[in-house]
Design a protein around this ligand. Sequence first.
Ligand SMILES: [Zn+2]
Length: 395
Amino acid sequence: MPSTLITEIGELVTNDPSLGDGSALGILHDAALVIENGHVAWVGDSADAPAADERIDAGGRAAIPGFVDSHTHLVFAGDRAGEFAARMTGEPYTGGGIRTTVVATRAATDDELRALARARVREMAASGTTTIEAKSGYGLSVAGEARILRLSREFTPETTFLGAHAVPPEFEGDRDGYLALVCGAMLEACVPLARWVDVFCDPRAFSEDESRRVLRAGMTAGLLPRVHGNQLGHGPGAQLAVELGAASVDHCTYLSNDDIAALAGSDTVATLLPGADFSTRSPYPDARRLIDAGVSVALATDCNPGTSFITSMPLVIALAVREMRMTPAEALHAATAGGAAALRRGDIGRLVPGARADIALLDAPSHAHLAYRPGGRLVWQTWKDGGRVVPACSG
Ligand SMILES: [Zn+2]
């Protein structure tokens, strides 16, 4: 595989605080980067760059680690534009719309679901995303959940079994029967197709005991836990995530002081999904309180048809900066290194020798433009595993 030198990088964000300006972003100016065998082989001053087979002139643009979108519901059919419009006339979100997507997803063929997911992945890549996590949760049957995970694995190794997303209509009035299925035959069918197990732990979804049961069953079967928690109200999700050593608790809109203290003393990342709060006109999480308490924070899209039909991490960064008072540097870190931590991955989310060559080259001189110019097309090129994916290489 030929080596590639990307040179004349105006601002290179490495996410290694031992490099460059010494900040958490480890920024180098007038920098260059060499790619070999899909990985970063060298970073440093443009003037000192070694020769390579191919040379790309970044023309003073900024280079950042590709975004790690650690929370998506990638594979689904149908849309809920009607529900969105109703909500914008004042109806609150109660979580009931998941069933609408289950009906549409069950009715779609594999090829239809694959084409829909592929279009979303392309959109994500065009806005600089190089790693995505993808959850099941719109099948809610043994075959349906396994099918979504099988299709998700065509796009990412970071697949998550979320059978406990909602109770499907056929189990109305029999929650226990559904949970027995989730922890039994459904889990058994999904374990070979998933890395993670997740649960919608919320006062309007699954209780603390129900959530613990699902996560423990998944962990016993070899999956790693993550949690949807504290989205619609105060609840046990964050503390349950810490108790079980979950990689991440996602949403975190409603947190008590005890929740924040528990997170600060743990390895569990708080993943904030401001696109969901934006799209449902809900309060935003208190990111400042989390960061100031020392909690590790990630940002993700929560791409789903009901509450956050958003594929753009730059939009999420803009919301985090403008609505949650994160600094542009904190937001970029959370959208890259934070997402990597939320997936327990050391090979992505940073640009240092040995890391995967997953890179977004911005059509801007600094990362601050991501929040400064929301809505514009700021990604010039996206590279994944050392190959350019956007714009697609011809031939
Ligand atoms: Zn979600």
